[in-house]
Design a protein around this ligand. Structure first.
Ligand SMILES: [Mn+2]
Length: 334
């Protein structure tokens, strides 16, 4: 991580009232990162307002929080229900670098606010030109498997101790975002190991993350499977299907049952959502980068990594699906 960038980032924030927000819906990495980053700033800066705002918690986060609070009854965090934007000087947006994935930004735009914002993220850098984004201070590093690991780096640089509950939060974020190391690298394992040391037992963390998918998610998976089309390109197997919700977890399921690439479409009113997943092997052998491919579809808004990415757009489903498949074909056919 660029030492000088962190330095300018922290210097800039001195004396400013900070609002931390993340993408919608909030996932564990976005959630944990926001809370731990608030703790970090509170340690570093005194007499500055440092607040959190979450748009909506997923079922996973709700069930996680329930178990987490049982484990750490004294742990508390406060997030705002309403934002009075004039109270803040700067907004930090974590775990995304795409404003379309941030709910609150609509109000922000409506208010015609000129409060600047900075991204801290580990997704493919879209390099979007946003008015108000202090691009030179963005901390976007794609080689981290979670934003949580970028935050750990901040604590390390400033020699601030991370209390146990915050460590557990970070660990759960790293585990879920790296797919329990499946999408991680050696550094991911080092980071978890350094974080939990002998203080936290790995087996204590796992039950916090156990959440049985509810019936609607299971139905989506079953229907997604009934409707799947198989497309073979060279030696690779693509699974293409559609569901009305849970497209991300249906796409992951396609990979776990044997497809190399999973493409799941979902149509909602005027919106078409495409969720994609690919096996690491395909990405490594062919250079496939789903995040890049989806971000090339200019009519939409995309985000993601090489092996997992999604796109929201207003295009007709058939049109956008064809575009995505053609682009993937181009990479796979050598
Ligand atoms: Mn993340």
């Amino acid at each position: 991580m660029l030492q000088s960038r962190i330095k300018s980032f922290i210097n800039y924030l001195k004396g400013k009232n900070i609002l931390i927000i993340t993408h919608h819906p909030t996932d564990l990495d976005g959630f944990a990162t926001s809370i731990v980053l608030q703790f970090f700033f509170k340690n570093l800066f005194k007499n500055q307002e440092i607040s959190l705002y979450f748009s909506e918690f997923s079922k996973l986060i709700k069930s996680f929080l329930y178990k987490f609070k049982k484990k750490f009854p004294n742990f508390n965090f406060k997030s705002l229900n309403n934002i009075n934007i004039s109270n803040f000087d700067i907004i930090i947006i974590v775990d995304t670098n795409n404003l379309d994935q941030v709910n609150f930004i609509e109000d922000f735009k409506r208010l015609d606010s000129n409060i600047p914002f900075i991204f801290i993220d580990h997704h493919f850098n879209l390099n979007n030109e946003y008015n108000g984004n202090l691009k030179s201070l963005n901390i976007i590093f794609e080689n981290y498997s979670s934003t949580a690991e970028i935050i750990i780096e901040l604590f390390r640089r400033f020699k601030i101790e991370i209390p146990t509950p915050y460590k557990v939060l970070l660990a759960t974020a790293i585990l879920t975002d790296s797919g329990f190391f499946k999408y991680g690298n050696n550094q991911t394992i080092h980071n978890i190991s350094n974080l939990i040391k002998d203080e936290i037992s790995f087996q204590e963390i796992l039950p916090l993350l156990n959440s049985e998918p509810d019936i609607s998610e299971r139905i989506a998976k079953i229907k997604g499977l009934q409707r799947v089309d198989l497309l073979r390109i060279e030696e690779w197997l693509l699974g293409i299907t559609h569901v009305s919700s849970f497209s991300g977890s249906v796409a992951s399921m396609l990979i776990s049952i044997g497809f190399d690439i999973g493409i799941v479409c979902s149509q909602k009113k005027n919106e078409t959502i495409i969720s994609t997943r690919a096996k690491k092997e395909v990405c490594q052998k062919t250079g496939l980068h789903l995040g890049k491919i989806l971000s090339e579809i200019r009519e939409g808004s995309a985000g993601g990594h090489d092996g997992a990415a999604s796109l929201n757009c207003n295009l007709d489903l058939e049109v956008v699906l064809k575009k995505v498949i053609d682009k993937i074909k181009k990479v796979l056919i050598i």
